[in-house]
Design a protein around this ligand. Structure first.
Ligand code: OGA
Ligand code: NI
Length: 388
C-alpha cells in the first residue's frame, strides 16, 4: 500500500483548512460584569494589577474577543491562585461558547521565541520562489502535503499567501505505523537559524503550549485535564508558518473563509493585522497584541461537545499596509480516529447527538480534495456534512 493510500487518499493540497457551520451568540455584557460587581472592589483591583490589562479593556478590545490571562497557571498553588485558575477556566468556557476564539497572554510560550520565529520565517519567505519550491515534496512521497505551498485556493482563485507545513513529533504516542509523521518534514538550510529556531524549538514548544491550552479547554467542559488530549489517536499535530504579501486589491484573499477542521489552533501573528472572524454577519479583526496568542476551537471540539463550543468561520485578508506573518499550531487527530459527540454532552444530559460518528480521515479527505484551485468548489466542506 502506498503512502498516499495509507493516509486515506489525501493529495498535495491544504488539507488542514477544514470547517463547520457557523453558530455564534451575541456576547452578554451583563454576564461579563456580574462577577466584577459581586466580588467587590478589592478583588477587582487585584485582577487589574495581576493581569496587566483591565477587565474593562478586555470587554472592548477586538469588539469583545476575550483576552485571557493565564499567569495563575504558572504561579504556586495558593488558595487564591487556585480560585483565579478556576475563574480563567470559566472565562475560556464562555469564550469558546460565545466566540469560538480568544487571545491569551502569559501563556508560557517564550515571547522571544515567537518574535524570532516570525522573523526567521520572514527571512525564509524572502528567498526566491524557485528556492522555496525545492522544499515541496513530490506527490506520493509523504502522506500529506509537507513543506512549501503557494497554490492553495478555491474555485479558480489562488490564495495570496505562502506557507511551510511541518508535522510535530508527539512525545506521548507514535503514529499507527510506529514512526512519527515528522520524519517526512523538509527543512530549509537557509536561513541557517531556521532549523535551530523552528525545528528544534518552536515545533516542540508550541505543541507543549497547545496541549496545555487543550487541558484548560477540557477542564472548561467539566472533563479531566487530559481527557481531550487522550481522546484522539495517532496524532497528526502540525505547525504551519504563513506569509501574506501586501495587497491593494479587494478581489484578493490571503486565506479564504473557513472553519478549522481540527481540534484546536494556536496562532501567533506579526503586528500587521489581517485575521478576521465572522460574528453576527460582520468580519471582526483580531488585533495583533504583543506576546499574545490567538486560540480557537475547531470542528472536532464542536462535535465532541455536541455544539456547545463553536468552530467559527474566519479568514485572512491581505493588508495593503504591509506583509503579514503568522504561525499556527494545530492539534489534529490521526486518520483512524473515530469522532462523535461525547456521552457527557448527549446521553448524560438527555440531548440527542447532533452529529453521526465518522472517521477523521474521511472528513479530512473530503475537505482536502475540495480545496483545489479549478474545481467547482466555491465553499469549503464543513462539519455540517455529518449533522443529524
Ligand atoms: C489557519 C488560519 C490564521 C492566520 O491556518 O487555519 O486560520 O493568521 N490561520 O494565519
Ligand atoms: Ni484557520
Amino acid at each position: 500500500m502506498g503512502q498516499r493510500e495509507r493516509a486515506d487518499g489525501m493529495s498535495h493540497q491544504t488539507w488542514r483548512f477544514l470547517g463547520r457551520p457557523l453558530g455564534v451568540f451575541p456576547p452578554s455584557i451583563a454576564l461579563f460584569l456580574s462577577p466584577l460587581i459581586f466580588s467587590g472592589i478589592a478583588a477587582v483591583m487585584h485582577d487589574f494589577q495581576e493581569g496587566g490589562l483591565s477587565k474593562l479593556e478586555e470587554m472592548v478590545c477586538d469588539a469583545g474577543i476575550p483576552l485571557i490571562d493565564l499567569a495563575p497557571f504558572f504561579q504556586a498553588e495558593a488558595p487564591e491562585v487556585l480560585e483565579l485558575r478556576r475563574q480563567r477556566i470559566g472565562e475560556i468556557g464562555n469564550a469558546c461558547e460565545e466566540w469560538g476564539f480568544f487571545q491569551v497572554q502569559n501563556h508560557g510560550l517564550d515571547s522571544k521565541l515567537i518574535t524570532d520565529s516570525l522573523k526567521v520565517s520572514s527571512e525564509f519567505f524572502d528567498l526566491p520562489l524557485e528556492e522555496k519550491r525545492k522544499l515541496s515534496l513530490p506527490a506520493g512521497v509523504s502522506p500529506v502535503p509537507i513543506g512549501f505551498c503557494c497554490d492553495s485556493g478555491l474555485d479558480d482563485k489562488v490564495e495570496n499567501k505562502e506557507h511551510m507545513f511541518f508535522f510535530a513529533e508527539d512525545g506521548k504516542k507514535a503514529t499507527k505505523n510506529g514512526g512519527s509523521y515528522a520524519q517526512y518534514n523538509v527543512w530549509p538550510d537557509t536561513p541557517a537559524s531556521y532549523k535551530p529556531i523552528i525545528k528544534d524549538r518552536l515545533l516542540k514548544e508550541t505543541q507543549t503550549t497547545a496541549i496545555f491550552l487543550l487541558s484548560l479547554i477540557s477542564q472548561s467542559l467539566g472533563l479531566s485535564k487530559d481527557f481531550l488530549y487522550e481522546h484522539y489517536e495517532d496524532k497528526l499535530n502540525a505547525l504551519i508558518m504563513l506569509h501574506y504579501p501586501p495587497s491593494h486589491s479587494t478581489d484578493e484573499i490571503g486565506l479564504s473563509k473557513h472553519q478549522d477542521g481540527n481540534i484546536l489552533s494556536v496562532v501567533a501573528q506579526s503586528e500587521v493585522e489581517g485575521l478576521q472572524i465572522l460574528k453576527d454577519d460582520k468580519w471582526i479583526t483580531i488585533q495583533p497584541r504583543p506576546n499574545c496568542l490567538v486560540v480557537n476551537v475547531g470542528d472536532i471540539v464542536q462535535v465532541w461537545s455536541n455544539d456547545r463550543y463553536k468552530s467559527v468561520l474566519h479568514r485572512v485578508i491581505n493588508n495593503k499596509a504591509g506583509t503579514r506573518y503568522s504561525f499556527s499550531f494545530s492539534c489534529v487527530p490521526g486518520v483512524t480516529t473515530q469522532v462523535c459527540p461525547l456521552p457527557q454532552f448527549t446521553a448524560g444530559v438527555n440531548e440527542p447527538p447532533k452529529y453521526r460518528e465518522f472517521r477523521y480521515g474521511e472528513y479530512m479527505m473530503f475537505r482536502f480534495e475540495n480545496k483545489k484551485v479549478g474545481g467547482p468548489n466555491s465553499e469549503e466542506i464543513t462539519i455540517k456534512y455529518y449533522a443529524i
